[in-house]
Ligand binder design. Sequence first.
Ligand code: FAD
Length: 399
Amino acid sequence: MRIAIIGGGASGLMAGGFLAELHDVVIFDSNEKVGKKIFITGKGRCNVTNNCSREEFLNNVVNGQKFMMSAINGFDCQDAMNFFEGLGLQLKTERGNRVFPASDKSSDVIKALERHAGGCDVRLNEKVLAITKNDAKFAVKTENGMYEFDRVVIATGGKSYPATGSQGDGYKFAKMFGHDVVAPKASLVPIRIKNKFCSALEGLSLKNVELKANINGKAKKLFGEMLFTGDAISGPIALSLSSYIGSAENVELSIDFKPALTQEVLEKRILRDFEDNLNKNVSYIIKGLLPNRLVDIFLSRVEIDGQMKVNSVTAFMRKNIVELLKNFPLEYNGLYPVEAGIITKGGVNLKEVNPKTMESKLVSGLYFVGEVLDVDCLTGGFNLQTAFSTAYACAKYIN
Ligand SMILES: Cc1cc2nc3c(=O)[nH]c(=O)nc-3n(C[C@H](O)[C@H](O)[C@H](O)COP(=O)(O)OP(=O)(O)OC[C@H]3O[C@@H](n4cnc5c(N)ncnc54)[C@H](O)[C@@H]3O)c2cc1C
């Protein structure tokens, strides 16, 4: 059989290598080299998968959990690790079970996938423009010509970081075949904040805090590290939170600076601090609780002069301090655009794709793998694993 794979990224190379064992496979990529997005993953180190169970993997799928069950059962995270090690790529597991190449080089992951896909005819600098189907055959029109195939696998990725080649073409092809595409939105993306003080905090990283959100009436809390970036918040917990926000408009945000302490325990601790430092300035106490760059901003929000002596602070003021330490509000100002997202939320409607085989339920012989599907996961190697598992399912069941 002649099979066209549109896209030489994570999912395209993975599917191509397996399919080439039995079939004639052509991989088209618009770029001058394959795996351009893989190159920038994990800050150039490529968090290739997560050393976790199938269940844990599914817990990190934000959209498409049910859809992914069959694919992850067929090719799970341990399979992915064995697969790469089998290709001679040594791996290591870091904090949060994140798996990286031992060399810390994403280029080594690309090289391994290139070895795997060695049996494919890879056509670089060849953008696919349109795909049509007549009877049992597909016609693939590229910048260079027209080709005929028996099967087509769309592995074009999402719409994020378009400079890497994923510019949303897969959605266009899916729509041409009558598929519904859930509107692409940014995910794992910085969250814009309206408050003016944010620019003064640019570069400030907060560890062990809790980012709390009310998203269309639903509460969500994430514990860990976040970063102020000027007009937005980023860092692991902010990026993860963006996955749950999606297109919600009614979003309230706040930071709990002391999540390990209940309000009552924090109140007692502050009372003790105050009693031990009656003749000091209030700012001295706040400096013991928050990073220096936050002190003046915090005091101005709680409307207390930092030079005020601790012995003049009223119980009411003290209560406000505790309240603000536990609930420091941030004004939500939308997410960064889809192009800035680590991944794209939305994509080919999962109801129209067979979760076992990745074949379109509308057009036989047409397959969708990787980020073009309406599946999105948290950070930790789960998005690449999704690309690999869906690619494997497609390769296994294509007929
Ligand atoms: C900055 C960044 C860091 C990331 N880090 C991680 C990480 O550490 N771990 C993780 O799990 N995930 C990470 N991701 C997400 C992960 O890279 C993607 O989910 C994954 O690459 C998706 O694989 P894919 O095969 O679906 O698409 P892609 O890897 O995007 O590949 C799609 C390919 O299709 C080609 N293409 C598109 N349209 C056409 C066309 N019309 N004709 C021909 N070719 C076409 C593109 O050129 C591209 O090569 C990161 C993403 C970004 C942006």
